[in-house]
Unconditional design. Sequence first.
Lengths: 862, 95
Amino acid sequence: VTTGRRRALVGALALPLLAAPGAVAAQSPCARGDATSDVPRRWPAPLDRLIELHARDVELRDALARVQAAARLRLSYSGDLLPLGRRVCLWRERVSVGDALAELLAGTDVRPVVAGADAVVLAPGARAAGDAALPGMARGLGTLDRVVVTGSPAGASERALPVAISVIDGGALAAAGTSTLAGALDQAAPGIWLWAQSPSNLAARYGSIRGASSFGVSYPKIYIDGIEVANPLLFTRFTPEIVERIEVIRGPQGAALYGADAISGVVNVVTRHDGGAGPPRGLLRTSAGLSHSEFAERGVLAQEHSLFVRAGARGRSAGLAATVGTLGPFVPRAASEQLALSGNARAVGARAIVSGTARLVVDRAGAPTSPLLADLAQVPAGAPPGGALATADVVSAGRLASMRPRGGGTGGPYRAPGLEAALALPDTGPAQSLRQYTLGGTATFTPDARWTHVVVAGIDGYRLDGAAAGASIASAVDSALRAARGGADRGTVRVSSVARFGTVGARAGTLTLGAEHARARDATETPAAGHGGAYGANAFARSATWWSTTGAVAQASVAWRDALFVTGGLRVERTAGALDAQVATLPMLGASWVRAHGDVSLKLRGAYGKGIRPPQTVTRGATWSHRVPLAARAHLEPESQSGVEVGADVSVGRALTLHLTRFDQRASGLIQPVTTVRDGFAGGGRLGYELQNVGAIDNRGWELQGVARAGALAVTGSLALVDSRVARLASGYRGDLRPGDRMLEVPARTMSLAATWTSARWSTTWGAARASDWINYDGLALGAALAGGTAAPRDFVGAQLRTYWREYAGVTRVRGALAYRVRAGTSLVLSAENLLDRQRGEPDNVTVLPGRTVLAGLRADF
Amino acid sequence: VRRGAATDDDVSWLRGRLVYRDAPLAHVRADLRRWYGLELVLADSALAARHLTASFAGEPPDEVLRVIGLALGAAIERRGDTAVVRPRRPPAPAR
């Protein structure tokens, strides 16, 4: 502290000397620099670079150019704010860039501000209260100045947002070779945990989004360029090169803007719409390698090839991207292939910007079963399916949806996978097929400096055939995927207008008004009459149902001195369709306060929000609809989650950023399938269900995220502690959960750490993500009990299932990527997934993932 | 000469490089429109007369806007594809 004060004192004394450059320069051009040479100063990189500077009696303009060249920096400034014609003198054998600039700029109110690894801005008026104490410190750019589009209707500075938001940079994803949503979110969005999945598993399996918000499946609402994805569980992979960034809100606070089904947050994938002038340019990325598997004789082939082309001229730009990838059968019948095509275009006029986006993703995969269950299912060939238990629907209070001992689930005779592998039966070809598409656009009109009007219109949909049942013991996600067979389409039109008032830095305000109408066509398969509740039955009917959502949004935010921000919003939403029309009101209220002291910024924030999930959505329907006729659900209310989050964000220039958030949320009115055993059950009868809005789950926890940068090294880390517990259950509930139980499959702790190092030729990224301490079913024990053939259905119902619960200690995933630039525009790339080669253990002990996968390849511009 | 090229390569091939030497802001506006599809709206006529020296090599648009805002001593608020540029502080203190 004493040293700091001394420095401050020296700095304060030195300032008057610096403040009269003209007079001093007139007498002795270079004396001034010598006078301050012994002032000890510490500059952040790159201002700490040492240079040799010999500038005698030159214009400031030329001196700045020399500094720029000597330090290999990019300097940005406005010439109108600097005395560029002033004669200056600076003659040093060794001087830091910061000191050189401070001397050259003495007498002005312009100071150097770090804006990047090699970028410095000469910024006017950057004086802050703490500057006098730290004369040499430059203010860096923290994440508070980052602009995000999620959480505000038309994009806003993160500084004013009252909620925690994670922004995952597309460039970083491309550098790390991350192309799965699980890889992106687990590494960079604390509080969200998405279980790793193989490409042959088509549905995302969310372990936690600040805990669980459903007794079925939890999932966020997903947008691609503002267009809602029809079934968020099916969005699992992306091409990182076409992603500008992914923005994530974890809590229900986003519902006031995004409406129904944002009960567990919002994920917004923003694609790149930039384009340069000149001839079309392209990028080719190709890589191939082997994926190790203990369930295959040798490594299986993994490959991915991508081609990107962009062009632009005079306000118009367009891009195309194509990616194809395959993974061999790491377990029998697990081979998969994916083709992704996307394109976008943008036209810019004097007052309007119109952009369009399109994507088509085709997945084809086999229908593998868990090889870990193979030993348990030594059913003699030709044995009749069934036995004591043809199909058991397990009371799905937790994440287990059904078990299918002995009987096939996807049609055709059942064969024990182990037997099939031993006989080397050929694969029967892809058994699952998924096509997804998005088509839409955004038009932004800016008639004047006050108003911005935005219109978003788009349609998203999918077609799914032959979804595999996953393991023989089906999770709720397996069930959701299977019930999503068929297809769905969702069209959305959203209009918003934003008006700005006041003056930034004094009093300012924003008013947003918006309206949205969405219409969805759900053509998922529903069981034919008489087959409700029976998974083994293949008698499915496809009949389209329609529903619509209409919402109106009003949001106001007020800013005072760019330091205190208060935001309040309300969304009124009406959902109509097969169910009775329902109207919901979704409020949001939040505030944030920002204080800057020199290089250090502190932001405190807090927000309340409420989100709802209608009883019927494409994804929701997947969980229940195949069991229960729609008529029986007419009385159901939407589920909701509400709660508060408070947090603090600290940034120290670009060197360090920390985000800490505490959340306390309750999901209530949760729909539960309350089980009833019908007469004649002992003779092999079916279970019956009645859905009720009775359950409640409390979710509390902490989220911490940090980024530290030093020179070419950047380290990011995150930690989330989540306590997700059953708060209330139906009185007639007969499932396996009890009030006070931890929700199954929700890890108590998730964490990640990643480091990126970049030099002129090399760049490398290594990351690890870990989830630990969760409770889930013991799939092997369940499988053994089911295969034994001696258990009765009631052994797998209700409290009996608790005997199959077990604790899972944890799972760690390590991945890395390395790139070496051979010459300009051409790099060799190496990437590795699942370096620890753990194929089992998440989220249960029967799921099998691809082992260590190492790809080598080339990336070339043309 | 760029540093950290291996990572920057991932993005810069599309974006090329923008270099300004004492360029009128109108030129910068035109480039941002063409390059990034961003419309700069200048709330103050004094800002429109400003000149800029800068070079950008593959930064995302938000980064470019922040650099411009800092160099001009202005606040830039981005609303989707529009960026409104205002003086950082009110011209005269309120009352």
